[in-house]
Design a binder for this molecule. Sequence first.
Ligand SMILES: *[C@@H]1O[C@H](CO)[C@@H](O)[C@H](O)[C@H]1NC(C)=O
Ligand SMILES: *[C@@H]1O[C@H](CO)[C@@H](O)[C@H](O)[C@H]1NC(C)=O
Ligand SMILES: *[C@@H]1O[C@H](CO)[C@@H](O)[C@H](O)[C@H]1NC(C)=O
Length: 374
Amino acid sequence: MKVSMLSVALALAPSAMAWKEVSDCDDIKYTSVPGFFLQDDAKTDPSTFDYANFNFGLLNRTYPTDAKFDPRHKKTQWQRFANYVASLNDDCRKNKKDQTTTYKVLFMGRHGEGWHNAAETFYGTPAWNCYWAEQDGNGTATWADAQLTPNGLAQTTKANAYFKSRFEKEGLPYFESYYSSPLRRCLQTANLTFANQKLPHSNPFKPTIKELFRESISIHTCDRRSTKSQIHAYVPNFQFEAGFTEQDLLWEGKQGMGETSAHQVARSKEVIDDVFSHDDNTWISITSHSGEIGAILTVLNHRSFSLSTGQIIPVLVKAELVEPTVPTSTYASFTSEATCKSPPVTSISGQGCVCATATTTTFTTATITPGCKA
Ligand SMILES: *[C@@H]1O[C@H](CO)[C@@H](O)[C@H](O)[C@H]1NC(C)=O
Ligand SMILES: *[C@@H]1O[C@H](CO)[C@@H](O)[C@H](O)[C@H]1NC(C)=O
Ligand SMILES: *[C@@H]1O[C@H](CO)[C@@H](O)[C@H](O)[C@H]1NC(C)=O
């Protein structure tokens, strides 16, 4: 059932190939290149790290290209890093043997605090997962396709000011492409972070909404997106990827079915493959979610780095075209998630909800076989 969904992004993508003729049967291998950002250092604690205290984590260091580019030591750290990354891509283009390699800098930002985050804190995680998250709200707050709380809005103001200072004072390159999850908390975060920046005409804020940058598709109502028309009315300055459907065809909360993490990692690779095979740009902003950015970091072979709301992580990514490996394993894509008909007694890690009144849950799984789409 979910097989079709996994091939949505590539099947509907425009046919022009930007990087190289990527065939459906090629595989792309990703490496997060270490040694450029604090976030890939094991000594950096993700729970206390704040991008705004550390120049987004960019290490103060020299690059092999500095001597030629900056003989008088006048350039900023970001300008020298950008020049180094450009030289990596130039070398790949010039070297015939290496035209299967490319580099991009991905800035991945988690949305600011939404009403669903506030409600999880308010009710506690067991009551949230087992009961409240399946409701649209509680009468005071609405968290179906949640919007930002005042705290979440303040986090976007902070990001807006920090990006402005980096762009205008520190030589951070302006992004060449922007992508966002279709969920409102991300649309709002991307919009408030970038829409009123002073950007050059060559690098406008024209974000593309991509279905598969959405959060883990759990049965929670915060993971169900609005219709395409509603999203368009909400952020008329955003564009949609080709094939974006009017209705949310992926959320199965009403059937009690949520996405497995194996499926999420596989579809995250699908969307990252789509970006790398159709977008020639190097400097890319992605606004997404904690679970989804976690899955993308897995795809990129970066260490786990959990982001608090409003936090941002840059990664220098090396991508290489490789011979596909023959898939040998299948995995469950969606499984049923336990809930209670009223707020639960508690929940037990690994066992799920402990309801006040007994409810039966049926356990269904669908399997998909990953592999060559041709
Ligand atoms: C690099 O140095 C600048 C200026 O001293 C400082 O603000 C920044 O936090 C440093 N970056 C890192 C990653 O330590
Ligand atoms: C509803 O949830 C919000 C947290 O999102 C909380 O602040 C509010 O007090 C709750 N309302 C009621 C009636 O419990
Ligand atoms: C998007 O940004 C524009 C310009 O700053 C603003 O007028 C609009 O209200 C914003 N919309 C949302 C949903 O954040």
